[in-house]
Ligand binder design. Structure first.
Ligand code: 13P
Length: 252
C-alpha cells in the first residue's frame, strides 16, 4: 500500500512571521493524522523557523528547489546539505515554474535529484505538459522525456524513495483542474513507464502526486483514483482551513 502524501508548495508566498502563523495552526489542526503524510514547502527563508516549530510533529518540511553542488562559489544558491541542516526532509525539483522561468532542463534537474538523494533527502520530481502539448496530443512524449531524463542513472532503490508529481501546466493556478480520468490516465502512463525503466515492484511502490488547482471540493474525486497517491498543492495550501480539508479528504 502506498501512503498518501499531501504537500503544500507555498511558492513565493509567506514571510517568516506569516509562515509561522500558518504552521502553528496546521500543527494543532492536523495533530493525530497518521494515515497521510503531510509536507509543507515554505520559501527558503522560512524553512528553518518552520522546521523548528514543527519538530516532533507529524508534519514534514520540504524546500522548493536547491542546487546540486555541495558548496562553493555559486552566488545565490542553496545546497541539499544546508536544507537538511535547516530541517528539510523533501525537496521539490523540476517544477514547471522553474522549467519555464528559469530554463531548467531535465539534465539539470537530474543532477539535483542525485545531490538531494546523496544527502539523504527525498525529491518530489515534477513533470507535466502545457496546454499546447495536450491539444497537439503529444503529452505522452513530453512526459516520457521529462521522467526518463530526470530519472536517468538511478538504481531501483533510489527510485523507490522518490515521489513524482504530475502537474499539467494548464491546470496550475488556473482553477482548471484535470478530470479524474485525465489525471488517472497520465498517472497510469507514468507508472507503466517506470515499470518499463525499472520493474513492477519499483513502479508499484512509487508514489505519484497530482498537482494543479487541487481544492477541497475536488480533492476526494482525484485522490480516490487508483494511481493517484497524493497531491502537490499551491493556492489551497496557503490557508490552514483549506489545507486541513485537503489532508483530511474523504477516502472511499
Ligand atoms: P495550484 O494548486 O495553485 O494550482 O498550484 C499547483 C502547483 O503548482 C503545486 O506545485
Amino acid at each position: 500500500m502506498r501512503k498518501t502524501i499531501i504537500a503544500g508548495n507555498w511558492k513565493m508566498n509567506k514571510n517568516i512571521a506569516e509562515a509561522l502563523e500558518l504552521v502553528k495552526d496546521l500543527k494543532i489542526k492536523l495533530e493525530g493524522v497518521a494515515d497521510t503524510e503531510v509536507v509543507v514547502c515554505p520559501p527558503f527563508l522560512a524553512v528553518n523557523a518552520v522546521s523548528q516549530l514543527l519538530k516532533g510533529s507529524n508534519i514534514k518540511v520540504g524546500a522548493q528547489n536547491c542546487y546540486f553542488e555541495k558548496k562553493g562559489a555559486f552566488t545565490g544558491e542553496v545546497s541539499p546539505a544546508m536544507l537538511k541542516e535547516a530541517g528539510c526532509a523533501y525537496v521539490i525539483l523540476g517544477h514547471s515554474e522553474r522549467r519555464q522561468y528559469f530554463k531548467e532542463t531535465n539534465d539539470f534537474i537530474n543532477k539535483k535529484v542525485k545531490a538531494v538523494l546523496a544527502e539523504g533527502l527525498l525529491p518530489i520530481i515534477c513533470a507535466g505538459e502545457t496546454l499546447e502539448e495536450r491539444e497537439k496530443n503529444i503529452w505522452k512524449e513530453v512526459i516520457k522525456t521529462q521522467i526518463t531524463g530526470c530519472l536517468a542513472g538511478f538504481t531501483k532503490e533510489e527510485v523507490s524513495k522518490m515521489v513524482l508529481a504530475y502537474e499539467p501546466v494548464w491546470a496550475i493556478g488556473t482553477g482548471k483542474v484535470a478530470s479524474k480520468e485525465q489525471a488517472q490516465e497520465v498517472h497510469k502512463f507514468i507508472r507503466d513507464l517506470v515499470e518499463k525503466l525499472y520493474d513492477k515492484p519499483v513502479a508499484e511502490a512509487l508514489r505519484i502526486q497530482y498537482g494543479g488547482s487541487v481544492k477541497p471540493d475536488n480533492v476526494s474525486i482525484l485522490m480516490n483514483e487508483p494511481d493517484i497517491d497524493g497531491a502537490l498543492v499551491g493556492g489551497a495550501a496557503l490557508e490552514a482551513d483549506s489545507f486541513v480539508k485537503l489532508v483530511k479528504f474523504e477516502k472511499k
